[in-house]
Ligand binder design. Structure first.
Ligand code: MTE
Ligand code: MOS
Length: 772
């Protein structure tokens, strides 16, 4: 029986729900000697540190040491771009840590941090995208992608429209906040347990801060309680503080942010602002689009350029735009350093193009879904209209339309359109809205070198197996998929496979578990390692059976030849025989995604191995007095290739969708005039919860969707479904439109009830004016 593709629960599901699953900070009780760290946080968004006096902290009983810039033996920088001082002399955002206090207890560290005397000279701060654009406060390169000839496109256009939209950011709100525990190991070198999506980079940063070669630093991640991109680079500063503390005090040091600290200190999804000019035909076909994107990168560069590049690469979503110019800039503001967040700029790019299409549709008085359809890429026999603006031919371009048509019919879109129209005609104060939107998302890291992975598989004499790979588990089910892949590739039952915690001393130079590539990359590396071992075992078994090694079958812990299936050996017997013959029972595996190339300067090439596709239909009901609304029903059809693990994939589609719904409808980050984040906990920052879950939620995976060239025909699933939630934003706009008399409905993002209320007010006023 095939193990890959079986619908099994997450390998830690029982541990998750019973509380037995351990996270980094749960290791703390094993180290009673551990010191606790607490940050000294600056009360200004931008200021010079004039004086820092640690001595008073030592009057608090239990305070052991105050870490400052003077303590750093290596480089005082917690990033890899050289712009993130671990202990800054210039404060760049409200709440930034300028020093860390180590003490016997968390409480003593907190009290000690209060006593540290810091004198600041406040400086003017840039707190909004508008201010940054006006003052030319940018960081990193200007990015641009062009296709065709804009002038010509606009000249040929029957209509030329312009618009602008601001998109809010998003707090990751992983349940487990940033956590690290550093110790000197038995050889006197550093071991850091870290809740990091990128153990190798965390290792690099720790080594850099301590001034040690990387072989003296080991980073281990047992699992994360969610990362969502927030631990791709931003786990490293806390690992560095813990490591520095352990290095200086020779005692274990634990850093674990509380929720307030985590929200105040760590970066979020980038807020974006875009302004555009679009030209189209009377039928709503896009002819020319000129669009400028500005992202709020916060105080340091972090991953902002890469996030912006992905936004530029996804400005097309599923649509062919013959003449296109998209330009992007990262703004520098005195806020947290915005970072990776599920979709990595893709969602922002896609919201903008969906906005533009709706603007075109509503201006022309056409149904938005008709305008969307008219602009799809394809047909597949037309290379021009099946190639992206950065020059990549779209493999399986016909899937966009296939999924769209299939979903429209299974969700009974046309019938429900009529029902919604009827409901709206009968109800002056409540309106329903319906929308369908597509997703096309490129899979691979834009940065080609990251598309590699390694594995190390060990088979013991009793036939049990340990699997090491470079990917980290954050709840997304990577370990479950890897376990299935290893069991399938070796022909052993799932229980025979043990997944080892991710450590830099097992697999070196790994990439972040990100860009949804965890199972594509690590899965392929693990499969290769397993197949090497199996090939060696096949030779041993073939001798026993007197057949050709190619005729030996490994399945479910048993080994036989196709010529005599009834004569079976246990996998462990073959392993023991191999050991006796001195056959190597462990192997490495390596994978690099083939065929990728990307010219960063020209922004052209083939950055993606393939695309993930999906579509969603959402229906909402809006109250005209308050702007409050409910999501009544959602239908999703999503392409994961041949699912490696259907339950995991369904969970990823549902979870991704809900996280996108949160971003676009309820999650609202607010900063006060001093640049202090006002929404610093679940009481002020609204998260989607069960109450936002649509009562009818039909999620299906596209059948017969084998993706050749990816491990077991699968496709990545982690990020693409987030963007299916754009259908909710569009359904809300559809409902708001029903309160008015036609035309483009402007809707702020996030589309909170308040934003929806103001949008209704506006269309009602517009209707009155038209009516007069
Ligand atoms: N799912 C859960 N439960 N928790 C997470 O932190 N992160 C998402 C996605 N799904 C995340 C998740 C993000 S941002 C990415 S890039 C992928 O998982 C990473 O894992 P993968 O590459 O193994 O899919
Ligand atoms: Mo995901 S944003 O690529 O960690």
């Amino acid at each position: 029986m095939k193990v890959v593709g079986q619908a099994i629960p997450h390998e830690s599901a029982r541990e998750h729900v019973t509380g037995r699953a351990l996270y980094t900070d749960d290791l703390l009780p094993r180290y009673p000697q551990a010191l606790h760290a607490w940050p000294v946080q600056a009360p200004h968004a931008h200021a010079r540190v004039l004086r820092l006096e640690p001595a008073p902290a030592h009057r608090v009983p239990g305070v052991v040491r105050v870490l400052t810039a003077a303590d750093v033996p290596g480089l005082n920088d917690a990033g890899i771009k050289g712009d993130e001082p671990l202990f800054p002399c210039e404060v760049m955002y409200h709440g930034q840590a300028v020093a860390w206090v180590l003490a016997e207890t968390e409480e003593a560290a907190r009290l000690g941090a209060e006593r540290v005397v810091v004198e600041y000279e406040p400086l003017p701060a840039i707190l909004t995208l508008e201010e940054a654009i006006a003052q030319g406060s940018f960081q990193g390169a200007t990015l641009q992608i062009r296709r065709g000839d804009l002038e010509q496109g606009f000249r040929a256009s029957a209509r030329v429209l312009s618009g602008a939209l601001y998109l809010g950011g998003q707090e990751h709100f992983y349940l487990e906040t940033q956590a690290s525990l550093a110790l000197l190991d038995e050889t006197g070198h550093i071991l850091v347990h870290s809740s990091t999506q990128h153990p190798s980079e965390t290792q690099e940063v720790v080594a850099q801060v301590l001034g040690l070669p990387r072989n003296q630093v080991t980073v281990q991640c047992i699992r994360m309680g969610g990362g969502f991109g927030g631990k791709e680079v931003q786990a490293s500063p806390y690992a560095a503080v813990a490591a520095l503390g352990a290095y200086l005090t020779r005692r274990p040091v634990r850093v674990r942010l509380n929720r307030w600290q985590d929200i105040a200190l760590t970066g979020k999804r980038h807020p974006f602002y875009a302004r555009w000019k679009v030209g189209c035909s009377e039928e709503g076909r896009l002819l020319a689009l000129q669009i400028e994107l500005f992202s709020d990168g916060g105080w340091s560069l972090d991953l902002s350029e890469a996030v912006l590049a992905r936004a530029l690469c996804h400005i097309d979503n599923a649509y062919f735009i013959p003449h296109l110019e998209v330009t992007g800039r990262v703004c520098k503001t005195h806020k947290t350093s915005q970072t990776a967040f599920r979709g990595f700029g893709g969602p922002q790019g896609m919201v903008f193009i969906e906005e533009v299409l709706t603007q075109v549709a509503q201006t022309l008085g056409l149904p938005p879904e008709v305008v969307r359809e008219r602009n799809f890429y394809g047909p597949s026999d037309s290379p021009e209209t099946s190639t992206t603006h950065y020059g990549q031919p779209i493999k399986d371009v016909e899937r966009i339309r296939l999924i769209w048509d299939e979903l429209k019919s299974s969700a009974e879109f046309e019938r429900r359109r009529r029902e919604v129209a009827l409901f709206n005609a009968q109800n002056p104060q409540r309106k329903r809205g319906l929308a369908i939107t597509p997703v096309k998302f490129g899979i691979s890291f834009n940065f080609t070198a990251y598309n590699q992975a390694g594995a190390l598989v060990l088979v013991y004499q009793d036939g049990s197996v340990q699997v090491n790979h470079g990917g980290t588990e954050m709840g997304q089910g990577l370990y479950t998929k890897i376990q299935q892949i290893a069991a399938e590739a070796l022909g052993v039952p799932l229980e025979a496979i043990r997944l080892m915690p991710t450590r830099t001393d097992k697999i070196p130079n790994t990439s972040a578990t990100a860009a949804s590539t965890g199972s594509d990359l690590n899965g392929a590396a693990v499969k290769e390692a397993c197949e090497k071992i199996k090939a060696r075992l096949a030779v041993v078994a073939a001798q026993r059976f007197g057949v050709n090694p190619a005729d030996v079958v490994f399945e479910d812990g048993q080994v036989w030849s196709i010529w005599k299936p009834e004569e079976r050996l246990a996998f462990a017997e073959v392993v023991r025989a191999a050991y006796a013959q001195r056959v190597q029972l462990f192997a490495d595996g390596f994978y690099r995604t083939p065929g990728l190339h990307w010219d960063k300067a020209r922004m052209r090439g083939k950055p993606f191995h393939y695309f993930a596709y999906g579509a969603a239909v959402s229906e909402v009901e809006v109250d005209g007095f308050t702007g409050q609304y409910t999501v009544r029903r959602v239908d999703i059809l999503h392409d994961v290739g041949d699912s490696l693990s259907p339950l995991i994939d369904l969970g990823q589609v549902e979870g991704g969708f809900m996280q996108g719904l949160g971003w676009l409808t309820v999650e609202d980050l607010r900063w006060d005039a001093e640049g202090r984040l006002a929404t610093r906990s679940a009481s002020t920052y609204k998260l989607p919860s069960f109450s936002e879950l649509p009562p009818v939620f039909n999620v299906r995976l596209l059948p017969r969707a084998t993706e050749t060239g990816v491990v077991y025909g699968s496709k990545a699933v982690g990020e693409p479904p987030l963007m299916l939630a754009i259908s909710v934003r569009e359904a809300l706009r559809d409902a708001v439109a029903a309160f008015g008399a036609g035309g483009y409905v402007e809707l702020a993002s996030p589309a909170t009830p308040e934003a929806v209320y103001w949008a209704i007010e506006k269309v009602r006023r517009g209707a009155l004016v038209f009516g007069d």
